[in-house]
Ligand binder design. Structure first.
Ligand code: RNT
Ligand code: ZN
Length: 418
């Protein structure tokens, strides 16, 4: 895109938005503050660097085998560094416990420590990024279908040990980088078929979590992620929405809302204003379920747009930690990454640019036709000119100009990974 065109389109957009009392410069300043936590696992189909990394288990699945997936820590880092050049703003990186710098040695999940993540901390500092962290219950010989809710104490204690260590690593990362780390716990625990002692499993999970959180980690923001079901675990999920919502509220920690973890017609957007009344902060996993929690590439769809609106309209940008969570192995993975990051940003920008004062004035006075009409008009206001301008000022490709950049990286780098 031509620079002059971007600037003149922005100037027109600014005037148009000013007619509604919307300040585009202020919206961009706010958008700059929206750091998205990039999920490292989009680069390598959730494989990680464990010496014995095997099949992905735990009821989640990556489909597709597009060539070029990152095979080691250097390639994951190179890919993320490339992605950073194609998206505006400053973002975070979310690591899973299986992405430690293990140097090819076997380090079991109950043996990991901050030393395995020191090179990530150094890399993050060098790349001006903050980090987030996730314990990893899946893809391990002891994963089975029950981890923290397992009645077998040997298995359960292994996973408690892992999760305690995972939080300690997060704490050390936060201490070194001077920024609190979101530590997210998602476990796949559940059952394929009808379960006759749900109360038992949930009470075991509660007790395990109590033990995990008994240690104070002052550089960590704790989060627990619910789910509707996993593949092969369709009939019962121990960590359901109600379970974790109650647990989070009781203990003052964050609920993680993944867009793929609810009933197909249930909108996560509507949960924001309820949760934030009772919890200081929440964590999001922005994703795109197609028919089920299929983790498709995030696009600018109604669910994501409404989610951003609810956050911005609740004045809650500072209380929502935005992370991504999808893994599509069927298309260029760098491209998939960039599409999802940019789509999420666009949703926030649209929300920041909406003529809220006018919409609320209509609502306050019962003018519901006018409210609906303006909501419709709002969809087509020139927000994309504002986004292009944001890209220009941030020194990254505007509009579709990132497509050839991704193609070039594919030709020069990822296509050579055999
Ligand atoms: C799985 C959860 C979880 C994972 C990642 C890899 O259903 O969404 O967040 O996707 O931790
Ligand atoms: Zn998730």
């Amino acid at each position: 895109m031509k620079q002059e065109k971007i600037i003149s389109a922005y100037n027109e957009a600014r005037e148009r938005y000013a007619e509604f009392g919307v300040d585009t410069d202020a919206a961009l300043a706010a958008l700059k503050g929206v750091s998205i936590s990039l999920h490292c696992w989009q680069t390598d189909d959730v494989t990680g660097f464990e010496a014995a990394a095997g099949q992905l288990t735990g009821g989640i699945q990556v489909t597709g085998n597009y060539p070029g997936k990152a095979r080691n820590i250097d390639e994951v880092r190179a890919d993320i560094e490339k992605v950073k050049t194609l998206v505006p703003g400053r973002h975070r990186l979310s690591l899973h416990a299986t992405y430690g710098d293990f140097g090819g040695k076997k380090v079991d999940r109950d043996e990991i420590g901050p030393e395995h993540f020191q090179s990530w901390i150094d890399w993050a500092r060098a790349n001006d990024m903050k980090l987030d962290f996730n314990s990893t219950s899946f893809s391990h010989p002891l994963s089975g279908s029950l981890t923290l809710s397992n009645p077998d104490d040997a298995v359960r204690n292994f996973w408690i040990g892992h999760t305690v260590r995972s939080r300690r690593i997060a704490d050390e990362i936060g201490r070194q980088l001077g920024d609190k780390v979101c530590h997210n716990i998602w476990i796949h625990d559940g059952s394929k078929d009808i379960t006759v002692n749900r109360y038992l499993y949930r009470s075991i999970l509660e007790e395990s979590l109590d033990r995990i959180f008994a240690e104070k980690c002052s550089h960590v923001k704790d989060a627990v992620e619910c789910k509707l079901f996993g593949t092969g675990l369709e009939s019962f999920t121990v960590g359901s929405h109600e379970f974790y919502m109650c647990y989070a509220m009781k203990h003052g920690i964050m609920s993680t809302l993944d867009l793929g973890h609810f009933h197909p017609t249930e909108e996560v957007a509507d949960k924001i204003s309820s949760l934030l009344l009772f919890a200081p902060e929440i964590l999001l996993h922005v994703s795109r379920p197609v028919r089920w929690d299929s983790d498709h590439v995030v696009i600018l769809n109604d669910s994501v747009a409404m989610l951003a609106q609810e956050i911005v309209w609740a004045g809650a940008l500072g209380r929502v930690n935005v992370g991504l969570d999808y893994f599509d192995g069927s298309i260029n993975r760098i491209g998939a990454y960039v599409i999802g990051i940019r789509a999420t940003q666009k949703a926030f920008l649209m929300a920041l640019l909406s003529p809220l004062e006018k919409l609320r004035a209509y609502e306050d006075t019962g003018k519901y036709f006018q409210r609906l009409a303006l909501l419709e008009e709002n969809k087509a206001l020139p927000w994309n000119a504002v986004y292009d301008y944001f890209c220009l000022t941030e020194g990254v490709p505007a509009g579709e100009d990132y497509i050839p950049e991704v193609e070039k990286y594919e030709t020069e780098v990822t296509s050579k990974r055999l």
